[in-house]
Ligand binder design. Structure first.
Ligand code: HEC
Ligand code: HEC
Length: 335
Protein backbone atom coordinates (compact mmCIF):
# COMPACT_ATOMS: atom_id res chain seq x y z
CA UNK A 1 0.00 0.00 0.00
CA UNK A 2 2.73 2.53 0.92
CA UNK A 3 4.99 1.69 -1.95
CA UNK A 4 4.77 5.12 -3.59
CA UNK A 5 6.98 4.06 -6.49
CA UNK A 6 4.43 1.54 -7.63
CA UNK A 7 1.16 2.88 -6.30
CA UNK A 8 0.52 6.43 -7.52
CA UNK A 9 -2.94 6.45 -5.93
CA UNK A 10 -1.57 6.07 -2.42
CA UNK A 11 1.00 8.81 -3.15
CA UNK A 12 -1.77 11.25 -4.06
CA UNK A 13 -4.00 10.26 -1.14
CA UNK A 14 -1.22 10.39 1.47
CA UNK A 15 0.06 13.79 0.32
CA UNK A 16 -3.49 15.12 0.24
CA UNK A 17 -4.07 13.93 3.81
CA UNK A 18 -0.79 15.43 5.01
CA UNK A 19 -1.64 18.70 3.28
CA UNK A 20 -5.11 18.84 4.85
CA UNK A 21 -3.75 17.94 8.29
CA UNK A 22 -1.19 20.73 8.16
CA UNK A 23 -3.75 23.23 6.86
CA UNK A 24 -6.06 22.45 9.78
CA UNK A 25 -3.19 22.71 12.24
CA UNK A 26 -1.60 25.96 11.07
CA UNK A 27 -4.50 27.84 9.50
CA UNK A 28 -7.92 26.66 10.62
CA UNK A 29 -7.30 25.96 14.32
CA UNK A 30 -5.55 29.33 14.93
CA UNK A 31 -8.26 31.19 12.99
CA UNK A 32 -10.86 29.44 15.11
CA UNK A 33 -9.09 30.38 18.33
CA UNK A 34 -8.71 33.97 17.12
CA UNK A 35 -12.49 34.41 17.05
CA UNK A 36 -12.43 34.64 20.82
CA UNK A 37 -9.87 37.46 20.77
CA UNK A 38 -11.19 40.53 22.55
CA UNK A 39 -9.83 44.09 22.38
CA UNK A 40 -7.85 45.32 25.39
CA UNK A 41 -9.88 47.44 27.78
CA UNK A 42 -7.70 50.48 27.11
CA UNK A 43 -8.17 50.27 23.33
CA UNK A 44 -10.53 52.48 21.39
CA UNK A 45 -12.25 51.72 18.12
CA UNK A 46 -10.86 53.60 15.11
CA UNK A 47 -12.71 56.79 14.22
CA UNK A 48 -14.06 57.14 10.69
CA UNK A 49 -11.19 59.50 9.85
CA UNK A 50 -8.64 56.99 11.15
CA UNK A 51 -10.29 54.29 9.04
CA UNK A 52 -9.97 56.42 5.90
CA UNK A 53 -6.33 57.01 6.87
CA UNK A 54 -5.84 53.27 7.20
CA UNK A 55 -7.31 52.78 3.73
CA UNK A 56 -4.78 55.23 2.30
CA UNK A 57 -2.02 53.45 4.21
CA UNK A 58 -3.03 50.21 2.49
CA UNK A 59 -3.68 51.69 -0.95
CA UNK A 60 -0.25 53.38 -0.93
CA UNK A 61 1.19 50.03 0.18
CA UNK A 62 3.16 51.38 3.11
CA UNK A 63 3.24 47.76 4.37
CA UNK A 64 5.84 47.02 1.70
CA UNK A 65 8.47 48.63 3.92
CA UNK A 66 6.86 49.03 7.35
CA UNK A 67 5.75 46.38 9.82
CA UNK A 68 3.24 46.83 12.61
CA UNK A 69 4.27 43.93 14.77
CA UNK A 70 6.58 43.87 17.76
CA UNK A 71 8.01 40.36 17.87
CA UNK A 72 8.77 38.77 21.22
CA UNK A 73 12.52 38.96 20.75
CA UNK A 74 14.63 41.46 22.55
CA UNK A 75 15.84 43.33 19.47
CA UNK A 76 12.21 44.40 18.92
CA UNK A 77 11.99 46.06 22.30
CA UNK A 78 12.80 49.41 20.66
CA UNK A 79 9.52 49.38 18.70
CA UNK A 80 7.16 48.88 21.63
CA UNK A 81 7.05 48.35 25.35
CA UNK A 82 5.79 44.79 24.95
CA UNK A 83 5.40 42.19 22.19
CA UNK A 84 2.25 42.55 20.07
CA UNK A 85 -0.83 40.49 20.89
CA UNK A 86 -3.67 39.31 18.68
CA UNK A 87 -5.91 41.80 20.55
CA UNK A 88 -3.84 44.71 19.22
CA UNK A 89 -5.32 44.14 15.77
CA UNK A 90 -8.93 43.80 16.92
CA UNK A 91 -10.15 47.07 15.43
CA UNK A 92 -8.13 46.97 12.22
CA UNK A 93 -9.71 43.58 11.46
CA UNK A 94 -12.46 44.67 9.09
CA UNK A 95 -13.60 44.35 5.52
CA UNK A 96 -12.22 47.25 3.51
CA UNK A 97 -15.10 46.95 1.05
CA UNK A 98 -17.11 44.32 -0.79
CA UNK A 99 -14.08 43.02 -2.66
CA UNK A 100 -11.29 43.31 -0.14
CA UNK A 101 -10.77 41.49 3.16
CA UNK A 102 -9.15 43.08 6.19
CA UNK A 103 -5.74 44.52 5.31
CA UNK A 104 -2.66 42.71 6.54
CA UNK A 105 -0.91 45.51 8.36
CA UNK A 106 1.59 43.22 10.05
CA UNK A 107 3.96 43.53 7.13
CA UNK A 108 6.81 41.21 6.38
CA UNK A 109 9.72 43.48 5.67
CA UNK A 110 11.33 46.27 7.69
CA UNK A 111 13.01 48.49 5.16
CA UNK A 112 11.75 51.33 7.33
CA UNK A 113 11.09 51.27 11.10
CA UNK A 114 8.19 49.40 12.68
CA UNK A 115 5.20 51.73 13.10
CA UNK A 116 3.39 50.02 16.02
CA UNK A 117 4.05 52.98 18.31
CA UNK A 118 4.78 55.75 15.81
CA UNK A 119 2.02 57.87 17.40
CA UNK A 120 4.10 58.02 20.57
CA UNK A 121 7.51 58.23 18.96
CA UNK A 122 6.74 60.92 16.39
CA UNK A 123 3.75 62.81 17.67
CA UNK A 124 3.85 66.10 15.73
CA UNK A 125 1.66 66.34 12.59
CA UNK A 126 4.00 68.89 10.91
CA UNK A 127 6.82 66.41 10.88
CA UNK A 128 4.63 63.75 9.26
CA UNK A 129 3.40 66.12 6.54
CA UNK A 130 6.91 67.22 5.62
CA UNK A 131 8.13 63.63 5.77
CA UNK A 132 5.33 62.33 3.54
CA UNK A 133 5.78 65.13 1.01
CA UNK A 134 9.48 64.38 0.76
CA UNK A 135 11.26 62.35 3.49
CA UNK A 136 14.60 64.03 2.63
CA UNK A 137 13.32 67.34 4.08
CA UNK A 138 13.50 65.98 7.62
CA UNK A 139 15.69 62.87 7.31
CA UNK A 140 18.55 63.83 5.00
CA UNK A 141 19.67 60.29 4.17
CA UNK A 142 16.17 58.74 3.96
CA UNK A 143 15.47 56.22 1.18
CA UNK A 144 11.69 56.34 1.66
CA UNK A 145 9.81 57.54 -1.43
CA UNK A 146 7.91 60.83 -1.25
CA UNK A 147 4.14 60.93 -1.69
CA UNK A 148 3.67 64.35 -3.36
CA UNK A 149 0.34 63.28 -4.87
CA UNK A 150 -1.17 63.47 -1.39
CA UNK A 151 -0.54 67.24 -1.56
CA UNK A 152 -1.59 70.09 -3.83
CA UNK A 153 0.40 73.00 -5.19
CA UNK A 154 -1.48 76.26 -4.77
CA UNK A 155 -0.95 79.97 -5.16
CA UNK A 156 -0.95 81.96 -1.95
CA UNK A 157 -4.30 83.62 -2.78
CA UNK A 158 -6.05 80.33 -3.54
CA UNK A 159 -5.53 78.95 -0.04
CA UNK A 160 -8.49 78.92 2.33
CA UNK A 161 -8.14 79.50 6.05
CA UNK A 162 -9.11 75.95 6.99
CA UNK A 163 -6.47 74.35 4.77
CA UNK A 164 -3.20 72.94 6.10
CA UNK A 165 -0.17 74.57 4.49
CA UNK A 166 3.08 72.64 4.79
CA UNK A 167 6.28 74.64 5.42
CA UNK A 168 8.32 72.96 2.65
CA UNK A 169 11.75 74.63 2.33
CA UNK A 170 12.29 76.39 -1.03
CA UNK A 171 14.93 73.99 -2.31
CA UNK A 172 12.44 71.10 -2.21
CA UNK A 173 9.82 72.98 -4.25
CA UNK A 174 9.52 72.36 -7.99
CA UNK A 175 7.62 75.58 -8.41
CA UNK A 176 9.18 78.14 -6.09
CA UNK A 177 6.16 80.51 -6.07
CA UNK A 178 3.64 77.90 -5.01
CA UNK A 179 2.64 76.73 -1.56
CA UNK A 180 2.10 73.10 -0.63
CA UNK A 181 -1.29 72.22 0.85
CA UNK A 182 -2.23 68.86 2.38
CA UNK A 183 -5.18 67.06 0.76
CA UNK A 184 -7.80 65.33 2.89
CA UNK A 185 -6.00 62.06 2.12
CA UNK A 186 -2.74 63.30 3.66
CA UNK A 187 -4.60 64.63 6.70
CA UNK A 188 -6.42 61.33 7.25
CA UNK A 189 -3.22 59.34 6.81
CA UNK A 190 -1.38 61.48 9.38
CA UNK A 191 -4.30 61.20 11.82
CA UNK A 192 -4.12 57.43 11.39
CA UNK A 193 -0.34 57.38 11.96
CA UNK A 194 -0.73 59.50 15.07
CA UNK A 195 -3.32 57.07 16.43
CA UNK A 196 -0.83 54.20 16.35
CA UNK A 197 0.10 53.61 19.97
CA UNK A 198 0.47 50.38 21.85
CA UNK A 199 -2.46 50.01 24.24
CA UNK A 200 -1.52 49.32 27.84
CA UNK A 201 -2.36 45.94 29.29
CA UNK A 202 -5.10 45.30 31.78
CA UNK A 203 -4.74 42.93 34.69
CA UNK A 204 -6.58 40.03 33.11
CA UNK A 205 -4.03 39.87 30.32
CA UNK A 206 -0.86 38.04 31.20
CA UNK A 207 2.20 40.15 30.46
CA UNK A 208 3.89 38.91 27.29
CA UNK A 209 7.65 39.09 27.55
CA UNK A 210 10.64 39.53 25.30
CA UNK A 211 12.93 36.55 24.92
CA UNK A 212 16.33 37.94 25.92
CA UNK A 213 19.09 37.72 23.36
CA UNK A 214 21.94 35.41 24.26
CA UNK A 215 24.72 37.91 23.81
CA UNK A 216 23.89 40.15 26.75
CA UNK A 217 26.05 43.21 27.03
CA UNK A 218 27.37 43.61 30.51
CA UNK A 219 27.72 46.91 32.32
CA UNK A 220 24.74 48.63 30.73
CA UNK A 221 23.27 51.50 32.69
CA UNK A 222 21.11 49.99 35.38
CA UNK A 223 18.91 51.91 37.74
CA UNK A 224 21.33 51.18 40.54
CA UNK A 225 23.87 53.16 38.58
CA UNK A 226 23.28 56.84 39.33
CA UNK A 227 24.72 58.13 36.04
CA UNK A 228 22.23 59.36 33.44
CA UNK A 229 21.28 57.49 30.23
CA UNK A 230 22.97 58.33 26.93
CA UNK A 231 21.70 61.84 26.06
CA UNK A 232 23.16 61.89 22.55
CA UNK A 233 21.36 58.69 21.62
CA UNK A 234 18.08 59.88 23.16
CA UNK A 235 18.38 63.18 21.32
CA UNK A 236 18.82 61.30 18.04
CA UNK A 237 15.78 59.09 18.62
CA UNK A 238 13.42 61.74 20.09
CA UNK A 239 14.39 65.21 18.93
CA UNK A 240 16.65 64.99 15.88
CA UNK A 241 13.80 64.18 13.49
CA UNK A 242 12.68 67.79 13.86
CA UNK A 243 15.65 69.73 15.22
CA UNK A 244 18.11 67.69 13.10
CA UNK A 245 21.27 65.89 14.20
CA UNK A 246 23.37 69.04 13.88
CA UNK A 247 20.93 71.06 16.05
CA UNK A 248 20.39 73.54 13.20
CA UNK A 249 16.66 72.83 12.85
CA UNK A 250 14.81 73.53 9.63
CA UNK A 251 13.98 77.06 8.54
CA UNK A 252 10.27 77.79 8.74
CA UNK A 253 9.42 74.56 10.57
CA UNK A 254 11.68 73.71 13.49
CA UNK A 255 13.91 76.26 15.29
CA UNK A 256 17.66 75.67 15.76
CA UNK A 257 18.86 74.52 19.17
CA UNK A 258 22.48 75.39 18.35
CA UNK A 259 22.97 78.86 19.77
CA UNK A 260 19.39 78.98 21.13
CA UNK A 261 19.03 81.30 24.13
CA UNK A 262 16.45 79.00 25.66
CA UNK A 263 18.82 76.04 25.51
CA UNK A 264 21.85 77.85 26.89
CA UNK A 265 20.06 79.98 29.50
CA UNK A 266 21.62 79.77 32.93
CA UNK A 267 18.20 78.82 34.28
CA UNK A 268 17.08 75.62 32.49
CA UNK A 269 13.46 75.96 33.64
CA UNK A 270 11.90 77.03 30.33
CA UNK A 271 13.91 74.44 28.41
CA UNK A 272 12.69 71.63 30.68
CA UNK A 273 9.13 72.95 30.56
CA UNK A 274 9.23 72.96 26.75
CA UNK A 275 10.32 69.32 26.67
CA UNK A 276 7.65 68.28 29.17
CA UNK A 277 4.74 70.31 27.88
CA UNK A 278 5.56 71.09 24.26
CA UNK A 279 5.75 74.58 22.81
CA UNK A 280 3.77 76.72 20.42
CA UNK A 281 4.97 80.26 20.99
CA UNK A 282 5.65 81.58 17.51
CA UNK A 283 3.55 81.51 14.35
CA UNK A 284 6.60 81.12 12.09
CA UNK A 285 7.18 77.64 13.52
CA UNK A 286 4.83 74.70 13.88
CA UNK A 287 3.86 73.08 17.13
CA UNK A 288 6.18 71.04 19.29
CA UNK A 289 4.46 68.16 21.14
CA UNK A 290 5.20 67.53 24.82
CA UNK A 291 7.21 64.53 25.96
CA UNK A 292 6.10 64.26 29.61
CA UNK A 293 4.56 60.82 29.13
CA UNK A 294 7.29 59.46 26.95
CA UNK A 295 10.48 60.49 28.74
CA UNK A 296 11.56 59.94 32.34
CA UNK A 297 13.24 62.64 34.45
CA UNK A 298 16.62 60.97 33.92
CA UNK A 299 16.12 60.83 30.16
CA UNK A 300 15.10 64.48 29.97
CA UNK A 301 18.10 65.53 32.08
CA UNK A 302 20.37 63.54 29.76
CA UNK A 303 18.89 65.19 26.65
CA UNK A 304 19.11 68.65 28.22
CA UNK A 305 22.76 68.09 29.05
CA UNK A 306 23.47 66.89 25.54
CA UNK A 307 21.85 70.02 24.08
CA UNK A 308 23.63 72.31 26.51
CA UNK A 309 27.04 70.91 25.60
CA UNK A 310 26.81 70.27 21.83
CA UNK A 311 27.06 72.31 18.61
CA UNK A 312 29.06 75.04 20.33
CA UNK A 313 26.51 75.40 23.17
CA UNK A 314 28.09 75.74 26.58
CA UNK A 315 25.90 75.76 29.67
CA UNK A 316 25.92 74.04 33.02
CA UNK A 317 24.55 70.51 33.33
CA UNK A 318 21.25 69.78 35.09
CA UNK A 319 20.28 66.87 37.35
CA UNK A 320 17.27 64.58 37.11
CA UNK A 321 16.05 66.14 40.42
CA UNK A 322 15.75 69.50 38.63
CA UNK A 323 13.49 67.90 36.05
CA UNK A 324 11.44 66.17 38.75
CA UNK A 325 10.89 69.46 40.57
CA UNK A 326 9.51 71.14 37.44
CA UNK A 327 7.41 68.09 36.53
CA UNK A 328 5.87 68.01 40.02
CA UNK A 329 5.20 71.75 39.82
CA UNK A 330 3.41 71.37 36.46
CA UNK A 331 1.39 68.46 37.85
CA UNK A 332 0.16 70.49 40.82
CA UNK A 333 -0.91 73.27 38.43
CA UNK A 334 -2.89 70.79 36.36
CA UNK A 335 -4.77 69.37 39.30
C1 HEC B 1 10.61 51.85 -0.04
C2 HEC B 1 10.32 51.64 1.35
C3 HEC B 1 9.32 52.55 2.06
C4 HEC B 1 7.99 52.78 1.75
C5 HEC B 1 7.19 52.24 0.58
C6 HEC B 1 7.48 53.62 2.81
N1 HEC B 1 8.46 53.89 3.72
FE1 HEC B 1 8.26 54.97 5.43
N2 HEC B 1 10.24 54.75 5.82
C7 HEC B 1 11.14 54.05 5.05
C8 HEC B 1 12.48 54.22 5.59
C9 HEC B 1 13.75 53.62 5.02
C10 HEC B 1 12.36 55.04 6.73
C11 HEC B 1 13.48 55.53 7.66
C12 HEC B 1 14.04 56.85 7.16
C13 HEC B 1 13.06 57.99 7.35
O1 HEC B 1 12.68 58.29 8.49
O2 HEC B 1 12.68 58.61 6.34
C14 HEC B 1 10.93 55.34 6.84
C15 HEC B 1 10.39 56.10 7.87
C16 HEC B 1 9.03 56.31 8.07
C17 HEC B 1 8.45 56.95 9.22
C18 HEC B 1 9.21 57.46 10.43
C19 HEC B 1 9.48 56.30 11.34
C20 HEC B 1 10.21 56.69 12.60
O3 HEC B 1 10.43 55.80 13.41
O4 HEC B 1 10.55 57.86 12.77
C21 HEC B 1 7.09 57.00 9.01
C22 HEC B 1 6.05 57.58 9.93
C23 HEC B 1 6.84 56.38 7.73
N3 HEC B 1 8.03 55.97 7.18
C24 HEC B 1 5.58 56.28 7.16
C25 HEC B 1 5.35 55.74 5.90
C26 HEC B 1 4.05 55.76 5.25
C27 HEC B 1 2.78 56.33 5.85
C28 HEC B 1 4.22 55.16 4.04
C29 HEC B 1 3.19 54.98 2.95
C30 HEC B 1 2.52 56.20 2.50
C31 HEC B 1 5.61 54.76 3.93
N4 HEC B 1 6.27 55.14 5.07
C32 HEC B 1 6.18 54.08 2.85
C33 HEC B 1 10.84 53.29 3.93
C34 HEC B 1 9.61 53.27 3.29
C1 HEC C 1 7.65 67.10 15.94
C2 HEC C 1 8.79 68.02 15.87
C3 HEC C 1 9.57 68.29 17.13
C4 HEC C 1 10.18 67.37 17.95
C5 HEC C 1 10.19 65.85 17.82
C6 HEC C 1 10.85 68.15 18.95
N1 HEC C 1 10.64 69.47 18.77
FE1 HEC C 1 11.41 71.01 19.88
N2 HEC C 1 10.40 72.37 18.76
C7 HEC C 1 9.60 72.06 17.67
C8 HEC C 1 8.97 73.28 17.19
C9 HEC C 1 8.02 73.38 16.01
C10 HEC C 1 9.42 74.32 18.03
C11 HEC C 1 9.05 75.81 17.96
C12 HEC C 1 7.70 76.07 18.62
C13 HEC C 1 7.35 77.52 18.59
O1 HEC C 1 8.22 78.34 18.89
O2 HEC C 1 6.20 77.83 18.29
C14 HEC C 1 10.33 73.71 18.99
C15 HEC C 1 11.04 74.43 19.96
C16 HEC C 1 11.97 73.88 20.81
C17 HEC C 1 12.80 74.63 21.71
C18 HEC C 1 12.87 76.13 21.84
C19 HEC C 1 14.07 76.60 21.05
C20 HEC C 1 14.13 78.08 20.84
O3 HEC C 1 15.23 78.62 20.92
O4 HEC C 1 13.10 78.68 20.57
C21 HEC C 1 13.57 73.72 22.38
C22 HEC C 1 14.60 74.01 23.44
C23 HEC C 1 13.20 72.40 21.92
N3 HEC C 1 12.24 72.53 20.95
C24 HEC C 1 13.76 71.23 22.38
C25 HEC C 1 13.38 69.96 21.95
C26 HEC C 1 13.86 68.72 22.52
C27 HEC C 1 14.87 68.61 23.64
C28 HEC C 1 13.25 67.70 21.86
C29 HEC C 1 13.38 66.20 22.12
C30 HEC C 1 12.98 65.75 23.42
C31 HEC C 1 12.38 68.29 20.86
N4 HEC C 1 12.48 69.67 20.95
C32 HEC C 1 11.62 67.57 19.98
C33 HEC C 1 9.41 70.79 17.12
C34 HEC C 1 9.86 69.61 17.66
Amino acid sequence: MFNFHKNHRSLVIVSLLVFMGLSILIAIVPAYQMQETQPLASMQALTSQEISGLKIYTSENCMACHTQQVRNIEMDNVWGERPSLASDYYYSKMRLDLWRQSPSLLGSERTGPDLTSIGKRQPGPEWHFLHLYNPRIVVVESIMPGYPWLFEEKNENEIHDNEVTIPVPKKFLKNKNKKIVATQKAIDLVIYLQSLKQASLTQENPEPFFIPSIKKKEATNTSANSSLPDGARLYMSTCAACHQADGKGLAGAFPPLAGSKIVTDENPELLIKIILQGYDARSEYGLMPGFAEQLSDEEIAAIVNHERSSWGNKAEAVKSEDVKEIRDYINTLNQ
